[in-house]
Design a protein around this ligand. Structure first.
Ligand code: PLP
Length: 420
């Protein structure tokens, strides 16, 4: 596992926050420093993941797809099979253990695709905590099924209407709440970004992915994989998939960002490739941020809400600048193609975020030899994306069904209002 130098990874990272948040971050850092090297804490965490989330997740060989593409053997690390359908629960369960130790009763979180919000709502229900989840108003529209479940689980979901109405604004709003409620509230940050110690802490909990993957590769392939590929939003599933291999220089680590519609400014969310983002300080930390000519945070786009973010983990910014992580991109159309290919050839429904890793991984596997192995981290499943996928593959029967369903739901609402 990578360790920061006082919260920094090379030039990136740090803690640029209002004075009022410093004591909470220091408390969190001190607790993390005490626990991170304690094998009994790691065991407590792994046991919780096993009992509640179904770990270890399998390493699945894609035999038919590998033969079809004709290159390396492709494997999937199945984070989609976690309870809640994505890797986000790993971090949330870990932070849940910390909240219990701190004795706080309220948690807040930001969410993009809603998977982190959903995982947080699940944790809040299980531990009896009060939860408020901030989500960009556009992301609410894109991922409404997750919003529905968060509310059913008893969490408050607050739509953020400012700016581009996506993850960046949700994070700002969560920070604002935290500054006003820090005495009683823990901020469950959902990705490997934000002020120290969050990037390191989130990566630590997510590293369970690659420690499992390493053991499974030795057992199932008889060797370490040649490449590990993950999609990169804020960077938590990628850090989780890479952490255990950082010292193994023979294992290539590939991070796939959202190539969106084109390389034009505002039409993608690529931060690690040259000539896209610049170093900057925002949202409590220093990293590569997409910026406009005045140095303001720039606009982003991705078909996947979870990758539609203006910054990137300071750890990945550092690892890509030092050459340990290779950045790649996948466009929206490459993503829907990879999504469809996996579904039809292997019977697995991936999340759109994870389909970026599939697109990048398939492309690289095709150029490799059949005796080589590529592991793609399947960070989540596609159930939440049903509306977006229906738009990407338009068929008349879907809008017709939605119209009928809207009439049925409206009728129930009207009946209820009449009886009240
Ligand atoms: C399924 C899935 N994969 C990936 C991501 C991207 O986040 P991160 O880069 O932190 O793994 C998200 C974010 O919501 C997600 O829901």
């Amino acid at each position: 596992m990578i360790r920061s130098n006082k919260g920094y990874f090379g030039e990136f990272g740090g803690r640029y926050v209002p004075e009022i948040l410093r004591p909470a971050l220091t408390e969190l850092e001190e607790m993390f420093e005490q626990l991170r090297d304690d094998p009994s804490f790691w065991q407590e965490y792994v046991t919780l993941c096993q009992e509640f989330s179904g770990r270890p997740t399998p390493l699945t060989p894609l035999r038919r797809l590998s033969a079809k593409l004709g290159g390396a053997q492709i494997w999937l690390k199945r984070e989609d099979l976690n309870h809640s359908g994505a890797h986000k629960i790993n971090n949330v369960l870990g932070q849940g253990l910390l909240v219990q130790r701190m004795g706080k009763k309220r948690i807040i979180a930001e969410t993009g695709a809603g998977q982190h919000g959903l995982a947080t709502a699940i944790m809040a229900a299980r531990l009896g905590l009060q939860a408020t989840i901030y989500m960009g108003a556009d992301d609410i529209e894109r991922q409404y099924s997750n919003v529905f479940w968060m509310r059913q689980l008893g969490s408050e979901v607050v739509g953020v209407e400012t700016g581009a109405r996506t993850l960046k604004e949700a994070l700002d709003e969560a920070m604002r709440d935290w500054a006003a409620s820090v005495e009683t509230t823990h901020y469950v940050l959902g990705t490997a970004c934000g002020p120290a110690p969050f990037p390191e802490l989130v990566s630590y909990f997510q590293s369970v992915i690659s420690y499992e993957m390493r053991e499974q590769a030795m057992k199932q392939m008889g060797q370490l994989p040649d490449e590990v590929v993950a999609c990169v939003g804020g960077g938590s599933n990628a850090m989780g998939a890479f952490a255990a291999f950082l010292e193994d220089q023979q294992v290539a680590l590939v991070g796939v960002e959202a190539g969106g519609l084109s390389m034009k400014t505002g039409e993608h969310s690529i931060r690690m490739l040259p000539n896209t983002a610049e170093p900057g300080i925002a949202q409590g930390y220093k990293t590569l941020f997409l910026q406009n000519q005045d140095g303001q945070l720039g606009d982003t786009h991705s078909i996947a809400a979870g990758l539609d973010y203006v910054g990137v983990s300071p750890i990945l910014a550092h690892l890509s600048q030092t050459g340990r992580v290779t950045p790649e991109r996948a466009t929206d159309s490459e993503v829907t193609e990879a999504f469809s290919l996996l579904m039809k050839t292997e019977g697995i429904i991936p999340a759109l975020e994870s389909s970026h890793a599939l697109a990048g991984g398939f492309k690289r596997a095709k150029t490799m030899r059949p005796d080589q192995n590529v592991v793609i981290n399947l960070s989540g499943r596609g159930d939440k994306d049903i509306f977006n996928i229906a738009r990407a593959f338009p068929q008349a029967e879907w809008p017709e069904f939605l119209k009928r369903e809207a009439v049925r739901c409206q009728q129930l609402v009207d009946d209820q209002q009449e009886t009240n």
